[in-house]
Design a protein around this ligand. Structure first.
Ligand code: NAD
Ligand code: MLT
Length: 305
């Protein structure tokens, strides 16, 4: 499997490392616009790979011509938010990059699956798909899902393997914990919460990335490992239920909203249909809000490009 990484800054590097060390790619292409960065990162990876005798073919390049015939293309190219910013504030700057890539990548990579990572990730996936007409998924709320599970596990002092459930909606402000799916040792969250409130869990999920960015300059190991698992589910055809955002037509646009969905060589079916009304209502509200904000941003973008 040939996997391309477009943008090898903080998150691109950690995802590439994780993908290679899980043995998921036979060939890896690292691309960035910063001169020499992909090439020097290639050396770093080779040194790390030597410890395990890994023979993955890796090339680092500043030329998009070298990004050819990839099966999976992950896009991390774009600005990260600074403390105090919302991911949505990055829309115009990062959308311009996606539009450029949407024109350049598809002719050289027929049939590739695109995985958007750059923020605001769901909207960037919609922009990329709109301009490229290529199947694009967003890493969506896989990240929130693991943040939710890890927080509940820590607060209730139970192994994280005993916490199940999903977060859906938008990656960011509009994320929705699907409480009907959250179980601890197989019991509904409410029955075992021991004073831990739903609000507290939701606050943690929404605020912790900003806190990590404030102190560490960006989130890396958490999302990278989680995003690698999306690649893993696809490459190994695991058929694992993950809360990624896939395209859907809503009103007149393609939008990306996360719901738990089976991820393997094929993506689907989605579990949205079996959610109880309480969760569905919150999810539908999130779809409406997302569409409204996306549409406003898109209209503005179409005027400035
Ligand atoms: P970073 O600044 O460390 O890296 C971004 C890289 O993109 C830089 O190396 C830059 O040169 C490169 N780049 C910019 N324009 C490019 C182009 N046209 N082609 C190729 N490369 C280009 O930032 P980061 O911390 O790695 O974050 C990158 C993006 O990923 C941000 O938008 C961030 O918000 C997002 N992110 C998303 C998640 C997620 O869960 N989906 C997690 C972490 C970061
Ligand atoms: C994350 O959730 O870690 C990423 O979307 C980066 C961010 O918070 O801006």
């Amino acid at each position: 499997v040939k996997i391309a990484f477009i943008g090898v800054g903080k998150i691109g590097q950690t995802i590439a490392y994780s993908v290679i060390f899980d043995g998921l790619a036979s060939e890896v292409i690292l691309y960035d616009i910063i001169p020499e960065l992909p090439e020097k990162f290639e050396h770093e990876l080779r040194h790390a790979m030597a410890t395990r005798g890994l023979s993955t073919e890796v090339i680092g390049t500043n030329s998009l011509d070298d990004v050819a015939n990839a099966d999976i293309i992950l896009i991390m190219a774009g600005k990260p938010r600074k403390p105090g910013m919302s991911r949505r504030d990055l829309f115009v700057d990062n959308a311009k990059i996606q539009i450029d890539l949407a024109k350049q990548l598809p002719p050289r990579n027929p049939g590739a699956l695109y995985i958007m990572v750059a923020n605001p990730v769901d909207m960037m996936a919609s922009v990329f798909m709109r301009f490229s007409k290529q199947l694009t998924i967003s890493t969506g709320d896989t990240v929130e899902t693991m943040r939710m599970r890890s927080y509940i596990s820590k607060k209730l002092k139970v192994p994280v393997t005993k916490v199940t459930g999903y977060v859906a909606g938008e990656h960011g402000e509009d994320a929705v914990v699907l409480w009907s799916t959250v179980k601890v040792n197989g019991k509904p969250f409410e029955e075992v919460a021991k004073g831990v409130t739903k609000e507290e869990v939701e606050n943690y999920v929404k605020s912790i990335p900003g806190e990590i960015i404030r102190v560490m300059g960006g989130t890396t190991w958490g999302p990278a490992t989680i995003i690698k698992d999306i690649v893993r589910a696809i490459v190994l055809n695991e058929g694992r239920v993950m809360s990624i955002a896939t395209p859907r037509t809503y009103k007149d646009e393609i939008i990306h909203i996360s719901v738990p969905i089976v991820v393997g060589a094929e993506i689907g079916p989605s579990l949205e249909g079996v959610l109880p009304e309480s969760d569905k209502e919150r999810l539908n509200k999130s779809v409406e809000d997302f569409y409204k904000v996306y549409k406003e941003n898109l209209d503005h973008l179409l005027q400035v490009i």
